[in-house]
Design a protein around this ligand. Structure first.
Ligand code: SF4
Ligand code: SF4
Length: 166
């Protein structure tokens, strides 16, 4: 069953996919926002720590053993649905990091300021690009890491380059 409303996750659905607060506070960890019951499992195969599990039918959505996940991000590019993120809410300076797949060109540059946006496309805040990983290790889907205020790590899920680039 599709739990989305107009393609946007409902709060109650999203809450089932959140790492426990203690794990979130412990540092980088995966967040999988996959709610479609479709035959898909490359995320399971991509994780070297066997942290992603699809029990039973391949149409089931994945669950995560958060104690196994170290936030490496290898699973992000494996997901054709762009439904996987890594968030870091473990820093003590109030800054959080969101690592997300980014399929637009041109890529942003490290140290560029971009507009962080939420699941509904609303601008949330400015964000600093701290890493752009564009290598074959990531199956050619670049990963971009952006810094945002820590309270926004579970809100920001995309960004838009300033000056008209998406
Ligand atoms: S971030 Fe790394 S360790 Fe965590 S689920 Fe993804 S591939 Fe596995
Ligand atoms: S690869 Fe992505 S879409 Fe497929 S099951 Fe995993 S999280 Fe869901």
């Amino acid at each position: 069953m599709n739990h989305r409303r107009n393609g946007i996750l409902r709060d109650e659905e999203l809450n089932r996919h959140l790492p426990p607060p203690a794990r979130l506070a412990a540092g980088p960890v995966v967040v999988i926002e996959c709610v479609e019951n479709i035959p898909c499992n490359p995320c399971v195969q991509a994780c070297p720590r066997d942290a992603i599990i699809i029990e039973g039918d391949i149409n089931n959505t994945p669950t995560v053993d958060y104690d196994r996940c170290n936030g490496c991000g290898l699973c992000i590019s494996a997901c054709p649905g762009l439904a996987i993120f890594v968030v870091d809410a473990g820093r003590t300076d109030g800054v959080g990091v969101v690592v997300l797949p980014y399929e637009y060109l041109p890529l942003p540059a490290k140290s560029e300021i971009v507009s962080a946006i939420d699941r509904e496309g609303n601008i949330v805040c400015d964000a600093l690009v701290v890493r752009v990983a564009d290598s074959k290790a990531f199956d050619r889907t670049p990963l971009v890491s952006i810094e945002v205020p820590q309270e926004y790590v579970m809100i920001v899920r995309h960004f838009r380059c300033k000056g008209g680039r998406d």
